[in-house]
Ligand binder design. Structure first.
Ligand SMILES: [Zn+2]
Length: 566
């Protein structure tokens, strides 16, 4: 006997058939066809008396009927019974002159459970067997004899519990409820069933057939009742609600090994709203530019913003970057508290003080939150919060305004962390407006928080960039663009930013114009004026002035002084 989905061997009057329908023993037309042939061939051989079904897959005995091929299953079943119904096929098994035994390991649900209920006896591995009639979870009813057999076996109340709950039942509970004859340790199950099968096969055949007929006369429902269940199953399956639930279960992995390991859980989740989508909001604060000594004439534009991003789910939130001054840090803290979300993480995109000085305030209020950044960013921040740098650079620019305690974030291991199960990915950008810059990418909502890679209507801070760094910045823009984001947050922008991806291209154009202007001018003031003529409305010309002086330095001392600022 050769089959596509069954491994069959014969020992005297007993036939052992192991179900092996890759990848998860779904009951599809190949398996149904093989079962039909097996029943025909074994019934035709009067030397055979007992048929034992087991599974070649330790996790799945028969997962359930393949919901995409229900019609094809019916066609195969009709080859034996003349009726396109799995229920009638399984009932046919119950009336066979052969004695059938199911030796169950792994999951057996839906039509799989109805198949073992069609067998004469069921023995299951205590450790691994799992039973379920999940139909109600999909808006269906057990249509292949489950209702008829379970109600007779368990009684009305337990049968209703099992079928209405669509829950998974382990072997011990299945035994207590009468779903199976016995739950046995997996180590003894095979030997027990084999011995029982041979014992039965050794007794006279005629008396066995009479006995089975008389038991069926008491306990097996009529073919008419099986047919009625099949009809009602088909009616349910045509209902739009059932169709949409099956679709939604398929989207969650129905008919895949992994997802069906815990089908009970999946059916519960169908009740819930679609996966909680993350949302985000921005806090944008305007402050004075960091650059001093800017040529006169553009005072109205001499300011800059910092933007922080709060990404949040139903309960939790993560913050990307913080603000610079003590006052801003307090306002930021209030804003986060007002959100009502539980802050789990603060991610710092790069090592510029205007992006991390506010950390201490937030961590004091949210002691369970973790501040994180890449190893390079953490190392740079540790250097920058040393007193010498603060005294020489930040304090003269913002006297009496900086938070009194500055701290560095911790190193993030790997490049991914999570918010309510959704991925947040660190994108290493190389040099943008400083070395080792990063962006944060949230694939589930197509959001990129660009750090200081993408600017919005603000002069880029190019004072830390030589030729190679400018090219790195251009490549960083390509990298962000390759993510095809829906939303791109600029670290420095206008007060009510649109966060459009178009700012990637605009930042790229600015960089190319700067590179071209650098080549066609000879002094800092020429470069500054040329870029201003191209970008007369961009905010913070001080940033451009710092870049111009760094790129065309009259004295190297000035250049050093202007580095490390945004
Ligand atoms: Zn910045």
């Amino acid at each position: 006997m050769n089959f596509e989905t069954l491994r069959v061997r014969q020992e005297e009057g007993v036939v052992f058939a192991d179900i092996a329908a890759q990848p998860m023993n779904l009951l599809g037309p190949e398996l149904v066809g093989d079962l039909v042939s097996l029943i025909q061939q074994t019934e035709a051989d009067s030397a055979l008396h007992v048929l034992v079904f087991a599974s070649a897959d330790p996790d799945y005995f028969i997962s359930h009927a393949d919901v995409t091929r229900l019609g094809n299953n019916g066609e195969q079943a009709a080859k034996l019974t003349g009726e396109p119904s799995l229920g009638i096929l399984f009932r046919r098994l119950s009336t066979s002159r052969l004695v059938t035994i199911a030796q169950i390991e792994g999951r057996v649900r839906g039509a799989g459970s109805e198949f073992v209920l069609g067998c004469d006896m069921r023995f299951a591995a205590r450790e691994s067997a799992m039973f379920g009639q999940p139909e109600q979870g999909l808006g269906l009813i057990p249509g292949a004899g489950g209702i008829q057999n379970l109600t007779r076996l368990m009684g009305r109340a337990r049968a209703l519990e099992v079928m209405l709950s669509a829950e998974d039942y382990d072997a011990e509970l299945a035994e207590r409820y009468g779903w199976i004859n016995r739950a046995l340790p997996a180590s003894t199950l095979g030997a027990f069933v084999r011995s029982l099968a041979h014992r039965i096969a050794g007794f006279p055949a005629d008396a066995r057939v009479s006995l089975k007929d008389r038991v069926n006369a008491i306990a097996l429902a009529s073919a008419e009742d099986f047919r009625r269940d099949t009809e009602l199953f088909r009616e349910c399956a045509r209902n739009p609600e059932a169709q949409s639930r099956i679709q939604s279960a398929m989207a969650r992995g129905l008919q895949t090994r992994e997802a069906e390991m815990d089908l009970g859980l999946m059916l519960r989740q169908l009740e819930e709203k679609p996966t909680s989508k993350l949302e985000w909001k921005l806090l944008t604060k305007r402050r004075a530019s960091s650059t001093r000594g800017v040529p006169p004439g553009r005072e109205a534009l001499a300011w800059v913003t910092n933007t922080v991003t709060l990404i949040y789910g139903q309960r939790d939130a993560i913050l990307v970057d913080t603000l610079l001054t003590e006052q801003e840090s307090k306002e930021l803290l209030d804003w986060v508290v007002e959100s009502g979300k539980h802050l789990t993480t603060i991610y710092i995109t790069h090592a510029h003080g205007d992006h991390y000085f506010g950390l201490k305030h937030l961590l004091d209020k949210f002691p369970n939150a973790k501040a994180i950044a890449t190893a390079s960013v953490v190392a740079a921040i540790q250097n920058q919060i040393k007193p010498e740098f603060l005294h020489s650079f930040w304090e003269p620019r913002y006297p009496g305004q900086l938070p009194s305690q500055l701290i560095a974030p911790e190193v993030l291991e790997g490049d991914t962390f999570y918010l309510e199960g959704e991925e947040l990915k660190v994108v290493e950008l190389g040099h943008t407006d400083t070395a080792h810059a990063t962006a944060l990418y949230v694939p589930s909502i197509g959001l990129v928080v660009s750090g200081d890679c993408v600017y919005n209507n603000t002069h880029l801070y190019l004072a830390e960039c030589g030729e190679e760094a400018r090219n790195e910045w251009l490549r960083a823009l390509d990298k962000i663009e390759s993510l095809h984001p829906n939303v791109v947050i600029a670290g420095h922008g206008v007060l009510n930013p649109d966060s459009s991806p178009r700012h990637i291209a605009e930042t790229r154009l600015y960089l190319r114009d700067f590179i071209a202007s650098l080549a066609s001018t000879s002094t800092a003031i020429e470069l500054y004026e040329m870029m201003l003529s191209l970008y007369p409305h961009r905010i913070n010309p001080g940033s451009l002035w710092a870049a111009a002086k760094a790129s065309k330095p009259p004295e190297s001392a000035d250049r050093l002084k202007e580095t490390q600022l945004a």
